[in-house]
Design a protein around this ligand. Structure first.
Ligand SMILES: [Zn+2]
Ligand SMILES: [Zn+2]
Length: 266
């Protein structure tokens, strides 16, 4: 546990009743058993925990084929050969991103924003198994090829203030579901960067330049591996693209990207 980021993560957000787990977390877990289950999308009461209410199912735009084979941009109709193996969107045709394939479970829009933000900032890590099930469906092909699942790491100071890394939460839940090893130690974020939220496209790429690194003692473990990189939202692809480059230049054979949501600009 020589890396402050992964070390802290493991200490704070492991599952089960490990020694030293803060009392507040145990109390929250107990409350979840007592209170009626609510919908992650709108907090309406639902009959069973871990699912959306019918209204939210209707509103959230789940993504799938037909789509750009490289970045997962959804097409309204099939534009290439059936099966869409090599169907690229305009952006990917102009410049191929560093990763091989990116997929997302749903569109990041007005209907899904609260869901994503609450997962990121409001301690709703209990939704991770539900999100992992969605990721499993959206990224079945990618998961089938993956040797390891790696979350996009946070800088340790940001992890300290947020208390958990939302990408690591879904990555671990997906790893449990799909029986692909969870390997957060393969990628670290030693350099701080500004929040990408208010930056334009070009500034986003500059902001994350050089922020990720594969620790030298992990390079042998990464060598020749097909990595499935997990993040919560894909916007311009600057963050996952930079992370993919770091993994590839340190010896990964291939990097695919799976995110909970993606911005769909038309
Ligand atoms: Zn709902
Ligand atoms: Zn594309």
């Amino acid at each position: 546990m020589d890396d402050p980021e992964t070390g802290r993560h493991r200490a704070l957000s492991g599952s089960g009743a490990e020694p030293g787990k803060p009392f507040a977390q145990v109390a929250t877990r107990a409350l979840e058993w007592l209170l009626p289950p609510t919908c992650p999308g709108c907090r309406a009461q639902v009959s069973a925990p871990g699912g959306l209410c019918p209204d939210c199912w209707e509103r959230i735009t789940f993504l799938g084929n037909p789509q750009c084979s490289t970045c997962g941009f959804p097409f309204t109709f099939q534009v290439g050969p059936l099966g869409g193996e090599e169907t690229l969107c305009g952006d990917c045709a102009r410049e191929h991103p560093p990763w091989k394939r990116a997929r997302a479970a749903f569109s990041y829009d007005d209907a899904s924003r609260d869901l994503v933000l609450a997962f990121k900032h409001a301690d709703r890590t209990d939704w991770a198994p539900l999100f992992a099930a969605w990721l499993e469906r959206a990224g079945a092909e990618l998961i089938g090829d993956a040797d390891v699942i790696v979350p996009v790491p946070l800088h340790w100071m940001r992890l300290y203030t947020r208390r958990y890394n939302q990408a690591a939460e879904i990555a671990r839940a997906l790893s449990n579901r799909a029986a692909v090893p969870f390997a957060p130690q393969l990628l670290v974020r030693p350099k701080r960067s500004k929040s990408q939220g208010r930056l334009g496209r070009r500034a986003r790429f500059l902001n994350v330049q050089g922020v990720f690194r594969v620790p030298s003692h992990q390079m042998a473990a990464l060598e020749g591996k097909c990595v499935l990189l997990i993040d919560d939202v894909l916007t311009t692809g600057a963050t996952v693209g930079t992370a993919a480059k770091a993994l590839l230049s340190a010896g990964a054979r291939q990097v695919d990207v799976l995110t909970l949501a993606r911005v769909v600009r038309t």
